[in-house]
Ligand binder design. Sequence first.
Ligand code: SAM
Ligand code: SF4
Ligand code: SF4
Length: 356
Amino acid sequence: MSRFRVIEFQLLQACNASCVYCAYDQNLPEFNKWLPLEIIEKTLAEEKPEWVWFEGGEVTMSEKSKEYLLEAMEIATRYGVRSRINTNCRNIDPEWSRRLADGGLKFACVSFDTLDPECLEFLRGFPAGSGAENLRRLQSNALSLADEGVTIDLEATVTRHNLHELEALYDYAESVATAGRDIIMGAQCLVATYEEVFGLYPDMYEMAQVFRRLVARARASRVPLRICCSPLVRCKYPELYDPHPNVIWVECTCGFDYVHIQATGEVLLCGFWDHAEAIGNLHEASLREIWEGSLLRRAALNETPEPCEGCRHWDGPGRCHNTCFSVAYRKTGTFSSFAYDITTGAIAEAVRGRRA
Ligand SMILES: C[S@@+](CC[C@H](N)C(=O)[O-])C[C@H]1O[C@@H](n2cnc3c(N)ncnc32)[C@H](O)[C@@H]1O
Ligand code: SF4
Ligand code: SF4
């Protein structure tokens, strides 16, 4: 039985922000849907993955959700599974940083898109406070987690509105990575779970230019850079992928050793997968039964687009899967189209739409 590297649980659906690009349905009341702790316990007992990632919506949005998170992390610790959260960090003050670290939190992926207060307000749409106040609060909360010994990934979701800031964000991460703090920088590329997201995408040519400089910076420096869901595929941009210990390309392990569970119990190949394409529900069957029986998963692993036939990056631990293959599937209903072409085509169309 192959072991999961990551099981990601959405503990609750609701969120305290309204980001322009959010892949999730944000407009849900807090008490709408919570994933039962018994499901987490059963799944972790059976699977014992290397990591469990907890997220929402926003898993730290209220006192209740943070207490719930502590209970979920206690279960993970009992099964020897390391805990990570994905968070906008708005409600993690120093007191909560200490409680979460004491509760077993090892890693926090903190959304950190910009150093520009106006851009922060535009991208993330927090419900109260000025852009400047919210930026200060985000910085101080993120660093309070780092000061409690939690590794933090300051992660920018890359849009055309903050692409030009990526190098400054790297410099910021480096400036706060003082002794005793474990800090990395993340660049999460946009995944278009719905069509409007393409309109927020940066121009691919500019994106490649910025990523070349960003990668060069990380190669010459000490703060690791972690890039997820990149549309800049290896075969088109080989120079970006020259191996370096400080540059981590997180390639697509959908269907392989990572799985996402919605608060409703629905199992998805990824959190950014089309939410109408669940492969099963944990209220009805075990994760293993769903995982082994899924025809969608089998097709995702076995169908190969023609340009990728025989490519040594298609399979194995550094799986490429040419850009985000969930987008190709959403738009074509198969995995055999070259997702890179679909993504670049859709971005160009969005640009034309803006000009018209
Ligand atoms: C879905 S959020 C959930 C956790 C938390 N609410 C947060 O924003 O950090 C996890 C990460 O996914 C990113 N994200 C959201 N929608 C996305 C999309 N359409 N494409 C790529 N990343 C996205 C967010 O910026 C965040 O870094
Ligand atoms: S904070 Fe996270 S879950 Fe909430 S709207 Fe933003 S990206 Fe979506
Ligand atoms: S798997 Fe496909 S997209 Fe990825 S590097 Fe190989 S040929 Fe290019």
